[in-house]
Design a protein around this ligand. Structure first.
Ligand SMILES: C[S@@+](CC[C@H](N)C(=O)[O-])C[C@H]1O[C@@H](n2cnc3c(N)ncnc32)[C@H](O)[C@@H]1O
Ligand code: SF4
Length: 371
């Protein structure tokens, strides 16, 4: 079982905190040109690498894929269905920015095959949306969620916490409002990461905004609030009503294969003799156009067994899927130590982090991956 990720790199403007592979556009996009390009890129990629296994989910991420038209989405989904073996009832997600989707467009996406929508809400406070550099205000975000919940019965929102100057009590009020007033089945709650080179980093460095501290109190209160409202934590930043866990991301955390298409998209593809290929398409948009138009080869790395183990750790330990206790690279003395200190538990033959362990995720990954 594998999944497909389509990366759309354009946004209406660049948010202050974002270092994803995305660039601002004036919105004047030649969709016919881009659809031809994505079709060519997909066909070639599947011809070269697809092994005929079942595809269980498709994810349109970005960037802002809600800038795309329903007919573009339909064109890509049709191509994938023609070329690949799709499972019954695949999960097909589209990420949306509230400023770029309305009812007619959402209905169009639904008819094109999108059955899960993930809206970037980020905050319900206008002043904080400004700090984050979002192009919508709180009212627009709220109206967007209310409207989209009429169309999608598998709806997720993203929010960001531990923003500069944010008080814990105010955040928990804000989160509780979102969880109690929206009809959503899933929520991603990300602690703000201040990435190098972003506008928010500069504002903090220049003293325009206060610095944030890594907040275990924020994390714990966020997890507890989500659980109190019936959203089960199945990964450090992802919470779902029972049965609505994002299947696409679970597949990443299980370290299953995925085919990534678009500027900077990554793939992990198992080989017939075992082992995996890591493939990355060029990230610069003009280079990517050149890469597709001239059928240039992508960058391919054969992962060593140790590389694979390290990736398995990083992906699996983030989530409740954990990793297989029988993995031959796992040092059982270290597992014993982590068990004795209650950082991990064993569940159905798998190593899963406890909440104390999740707080030390990076340290534990480093500990288990070192000799
Ligand atoms: C590709 S965006 C989602 C869709 C759309 N582009 C939008 O922003 O509305 C993925 C999500 O990652 C989160 N994110 C991005 N950069 C982050 C950062 N530096 N710290 C925390 N969360 C971040 C945001 O919540 C964002 O919604
Ligand atoms: S809209 Fe999303 S992808 Fe685009 S800059 Fe903002 S957070 Fe990044």
């Amino acid at each position: 079982m594998s999944t497909i990720y389509i990366h759309w790199p354009f946004c209406l403007s660049k948010c202050n905190y974002c270092d994803f592979n995305s660039v601002a556009t004036d919105g004047l996009i030649d969709f016919d040109f881009w659809l031809r390009l994505y079709r060519a890129a997909s066909l070639r990629f599947f011809d070269d690498f697809y092994k005929g296994e079942q595809i269980t989910s498709i994810y349109f991420g970005g960037g802002t894929p809600s800038l795309l038209t329903p007919s573009f989405i339909s064109g890509i989904i049709t191509l994938i269905c023609d070329r690949c073996r799709i499972s019954d009832n695949p999960e097909i997600t589209l990420e949306a920015n509230p400023k770029t989707i309305d009812l007619p467009k959402a209905n169009g996406f639904r008819s094109a095959g999108i059955n899960r929508l993930s809206i970037g809400v980020q905050s319900l406070i206008d002043a904080d949306l400004k700090i984050l550099g979002r192009i919508h205000d709180a009212e627009e975000a709220i109206n967007c969620v209310l409207e989209m919940s009429e169309i999608f019965d598998n709806l997720s929102i993203d929010m960001i916490y531990n923003r500069p100057g944010q008080k814990l009590e105010s955040w928990i009020d804000e989160l509780s409002t979102a969880l109690s007033s929206f009809s959503i089945q899933h929520i991603s709650l990300y602690e703000l990461i201040i990435e190098d080179g972003t506008a928010i980093k500069k504002m903090i460095d220049d003293g325009v905004l206060p610095a944030t501290n890594r907040g275990s109190d924020f994390i714990e209160a966020t997890w507890k609030t989500a659980e109190d409202f019936g959203f089960h934590k199945y990964e450090i930043s992802n919470f779902a009503k029972p049965g609505f866990e994002g299947r696409h991301n679970i597949s990443y955390w299980r370290y299953e294969d995925y085919y990534g298409i678009g500027p900077g998209a990554h793939s992990r593809i198992g080989r017939h003799n075992g082992g995996k290929l890591a493939i990355e398409q060029v990230s610069d948009i003009n280079d990517w156009i050149n890469f597709v138009e001239n059928a240039l080869p992508p960058e391919i790395i054969e992962l060593s067994e140790k590389d694979e183990f390290n990736e398995r750790l990083i992906m699996g330990l983030r989530a409740e899927v954990g990793i297989d206790l029988d993995h031959n690279f796992l040092d059982h003395n270290k597992i014993q130590f982590l068990l004795e200190n209650s950082y991990i538990m064993l569940r159905e033959g798998r190593v899963v982090l406890t909440n104390d362990g999740f707080m030390r995720l990076n340290l534990i990954v480093e500990y288990l991956s070192s000799k």
